[in-house]
Design a protein around this ligand. Structure first.
Ligand code: PMV
Length: 387
């Protein structure tokens, strides 16, 4: 390995370590010392199914305890979800013991992350240290498929915690209170997870002139939205299924020294304001313009960070070129967005399903990893599961 690559990896390692310790600084809102079992410690079991989401205006850069440096808005997905079952009973020691199973297999590294997360929210839920947990999670989509499993996973877990609170301490009676607290808790685990708590379109982060928005939790944004956008399809085109080399956590951190960051944060404010109007007006051309520009800007931020890096692959660009050509030649209003990875989310109105799928099969499949496509669409949000 050359010296410069050594230095590069060393640098990332440092940020990873630094941000790993920073991410779990304690929040202060919702702190409640009364949420503690005074008599006997109960046992129980609760399950939630919660979806992933795909951002149209991207969150990229954060401060303090998961506060975004710009507002974002996403489509909640339908078929890409996590189902999590939490079983709890009296802790045997003072520490919150967590045993975590992913797809039926014990996963100690995730288990440790969840333990750290539970400790970080110990002032919100003091009862957590009185319990031990067996948590079973499964995803409908493969790991590293370009779908945010942290969004679906953290939102499902946050919902389970709110259900435990509701069952044993009362409160959280209104649906609005319940989901707002779940969104707040999900955000503390993984920023964009706070948008998975509601169906349709969800914003997160203070949007100028929009009183209902907040840096602390997601807000559903479906009022007066053109119906086409609430039934949009998202065909997720898997270009590369390998684990990405630079995590989002590192990417967010690098925005603090990116020379374009303040212009980017301003641009995101403008884009989200414009997009909210566009969603109401049903203006497809403007939707395409904002969505694609946001995707490319996200990746431009990665390329202009220092150290710089690239998450797109040659086939990401091959597909983007084909999408531009297809749209120009046929007038079909489809567009792409990208997460922090090489895979493409192809977005289009449901009524174009047949022609877009013919395009995918005929022109895009050769660029995909094992020809893989996940056919998803805008969904309705989380669902409590019966025991
Ligand atoms: O929530 P995080 O820390 O995994 O960051 C997500 C960042 C993007 O997916 C790239 C953008 C977004 O808004 O979801």
């Amino acid at each position: 390995m050359s010296g410069s690559i050594h230095l590069f990896n060393y640098f990332y390692g440092l940020i990873e370590q630094t941000t790993n310790t920073l991410i779990y600084r304690r929040p202060t809102m919702y702190n409640n010392p009364e949420l503690i079992f005074e008599q006997s410690v109960p046992q129980g079991k609760i399950s939630w199914r919660s979806p992933s989401n795909i951002a149209l205006v991207k969150y990229w850069g954060k401060r303090d305890v998961q506060i975004p440096l710009n507002p974002s808005i996403s489509f909640t997905l339908s078929k890409s979800y996590t189902e999590t079952t939490v079983e709890y009973s009296a802790a045997e020691e003072d520490e919150p013991g967590v045993q975590f199973f992913l797809e039926g297999e014990i996963n100690t590294s995730f288990g440790e992350k969840i333990s750290a997360y539970f400790q970080s929210i110990g002032d919100i839920y003091p009862f957590l240290k009185q319990l031990k947990f067996t948590i079973r999670s499964s995803n409908t989509f493969p790991h590293s498929a370009g779908i945010a499993s942290s969004a679906s996973g953290m939102s499902a877990l946050a919902l389970c915690l709110c259900s435990i609170e509701q069952k044993h301490f009362g409160g959280l009676d209104s649906e609005a209170d319940f989901f707002q607290k779940a969104s707040y808790l999900a955000r503390l685990g993984s920023g964009s997870a706070c948008r998975s708590l509601y169906g349709g379109l969800v914003s997160w982060g203070k949007v100028n002139g929009r009183e209902e928005t907040s840096d602390l939790w997601g807000t559903q944004q479906i009022k007066d939205v053109h119906p086409d956008f609430l039934t949009f399809n998202d065909s997720i085109l898997i270009v590369d299924a390998a684990q990405k080399k630079v995590s989002s956590r590192i990417g967010h951190g690098l925005m603090s020294s990116n020379p374009f960051s303040s212009a980017r944060f301003e641009q995101a404010q403008k884009n989200i304001g414009r997009l909210m109007d566009v969603l109401k007006a049903g203006d497809m051309d403007a939707f395409i313009n904002i969505t694609e520009s946001e995707a490319l800007t996200l990746h431009a931020m990665m390329m202009t960070s220092n150290p710089y890096y690239l998450l797109m692959k040659p086939n990401t660009l091959n597909i983007i070129e084909r999408i531009f050509d297809f749209r120009k030649n046929t007038g079909t209003p489809l567009c792409f967005t990208l997460d922090a990875g090489p895979n493409i989310h192809l977005l289009y109105p449901e009524k174009l399903n047949t022609e877009v799928n013919a395009f995918i099969d005929g022109e895009l499949k050769p660029f995909l990893h094992q020809g893989r496509v996940i056919a998803d669409r805008v969904g309705e949000g989380p669902e409590k599961r019966k025991q």
